[in-house]
Design a protein around this ligand. Structure first.
Ligand code: 5GP
Length: 181
């Protein structure tokens, strides 16, 4: 049984999405992806660090020939908050002519995902689809299509299952939401 609340650093979080529910959803997403992409030998690109756990479970739920690689995304130094220019780091695999599935933990404003998709397009990807475990629809500021969404969630900070609060909490099996006292 998951713990009803956890403390990460100085903050209390309450149980939001339990492991069992997450795993069920990941299985469903894996089945849809397998069905829709069965003729394409897709390249999955997991966005580090947050998506490492989701990407790992999702790949186990995909039952067609598929490759996976990982990359990081950062803002350029000196360009803060809105920083629309994100740098793709560590992408060693060629995306030219490939059918890409970007695997992300959460899409919030969509600024990060828009930047990723634009750059992969420029690198010559044949098609780009997005799979995000979580989506905050009320926060979206960009027109990004998240074709495969696990859960739509309200505008509240979450941790667990790969997502961190200041470096901690990624190892939680369940997803927790910030508790407002
Ligand atoms: P966006 O560019 O869509 O606003 O931001 C996406 C990134 O913000 C995510 O990859 C994640 O790193 C971070 N983020 C947004 N909302 C949350 C949240 O509720 N919890 C955590 N841990 N990170 C979040």
């Amino acid at each position: 049984m998951p713990q009803p609340t956890v403390t990460v650093h100085d903050k209390t979080f309450e149980l939001f999405i339990a492991e069992e529910e997450i795993q069920k959803k990941v299985e469903e997403l894996g089945s849809s992806l397998s069905q829709n992409l069965k003729d394409t030998k897709p390249l999955f690109i997991g966005i580090l660090n947050g998506a490492f756990m989701f990407a790992s479970d999702l790949m186990k739920a995909v039952n067609i020939p598929a490759e996976i690689t990982f990359m990081k995304v950062t803002s350029y130094q000196g360009m803060e908050t809105t920083g629309q220019t994100k740098e793709l780091i560590g992408l060693n695999d060629s995306v030219k002519g490939r059918d890409i599935v970007v695997v992300e933990d959460i899409v919030d404003t969509g600024i990060t995902m828009e930047s990723i998709v634009d750059q992969l397009k420029n690198l010559g990807a044949k098609s780009i689809e997005v799979a995000s475990l979580l989506l905050k629809p009320d926060c979206l500021q960009r027109d990004v299509e998240v074709k495969y969404t696990g859960f739509e969630i309200p505008e509240k900070f979450v941790v667990g299952y790969g997502l961190d609060y200041d470096g901690l909490g990624r190892n939680l099996k369940d997803i927790y939401q910030l508790k407002h006292e």
